[in-house]
Design a protein around this ligand. Sequence first.
Ligand SMILES: Nc1ncnc2c1ncn2[C@@H]1O[C@H](COP(=O)(O)OP(=O)(O)O)[C@@H](O)[C@H]1O
Ligand SMILES: [Mg+2]
Length: 382
Amino acid sequence: MSDLKNVVSEIKNPITNLSLGDENRIISVEPKGDDIYIKYNRDGITPDVKKTIENLIIDSLKDSFSEDNIYVLTESKSSQDIYKSTKSHNPNASKNPAQLKVGHGKVEEKKKIPGVKHVISIGSGKGGVGKSTVTANLAATLTSMGYKVGIIDADIYGPSMPMLFNRRNDKPEATEDKKIIPLENHGIKFISFGNFIHEDEPVVWRGPMLGGVLNQFFFETDWGELDFLLLDLPPGTGDVQLSMVQSIELDGSIIVSTPQDIALLDARKALHMFDKLGVHVIGMVENMSSFICDNCDKEHFIYGTNGVLAATNELGVGFLGSIPLELGLRKGSDFGTPYMSQNKYEGSKVYNSYREIASKISDYFFPNPEKKKGLLSKLFKN
Ligand SMILES: Nc1ncnc2c1ncn2[C@@H]1O[C@H](COP(=O)(O)OP(=O)(O)O)[C@@H](O)[C@H]1O
Ligand SMILES: [Mg+2]
């Protein structure tokens, strides 16, 4: 194991010409079965240099691991420290951990969240269709396009964001004026029930209580300026969805479905709920649409072809795109680095699908090309 660490440590930072070892950047080199995970500190490293370093690391390990099994992860002090020592990095932070208000949520007039341009909910008819995976990766894609993105994980029954963003053990802190400071990773801010409740605790929350907490996630959280705030909803059409729609001005909703789920009408129910509540459905995403075999490269449509596309035509809603089943997506989720935050997947079918879906969302909300030019140039400054 230490041999592998030596190999990676000898790689040179192309800007300083010093090795990553000399710069003390290597945090961990961990082989796990067929995979290897390398984590290094990327403070002061620009996105294009990050890409070069990632390629150098992959090259250096290619003899021992297949390229697809090499995971290069980065950590930067600037984002890590927000959790470890919020006080020193956030002048508004207090020593007090954020507290949830579990009282009854008041149904007030729908309000906009100051500083947040567009709020989009991501819903589904049932669980396990990939809603949280789509939320996290869509957030990562929009971030890579230059947008500022946040996520509210409103899935009280199965909060996923702490795992998807590798922040399972972090407790959000509060500002002096008792606003929750969202957690952050890969440039994406998020807040989740999962960071307030213990993973094994039975969930005894009820609709009216949830309303209170959701209001807090919306209006008493320090979101700053965001282009998009994505809401990962619990599956189905229950209390959380109702509370949410009652308390917030939603700009649109996306429904995630598998080809088999749409056949079972679950996704249609979700669609009708939003329709009835007067929330515009931007479109549907088909997830797990096919399986591409790594040996023969053949695409297998296990649940038939274009099921969701056909349903959107029939239902008169937009179709945003389809995402195949992909091992890297599942692994990225389990390891806390979204697939779309990893440069090595650029150009893959999944990557292109997410780009296409995100472009449709970008075109829908920011139709002005001048604005987009500004965003593209931001890409190279970050
Ligand atoms: N396109 C995909 N390819 C491979 N695995 C996927 C894909 N989409 C989701 N998954 C995996 O399926 C499981 C359920 O996804 P999740 O996003 O948690 O669903 P939901 O939020 O709808 O309950 C997770 O283990 C996730 O990693
Ligand atoms: Mg989920």
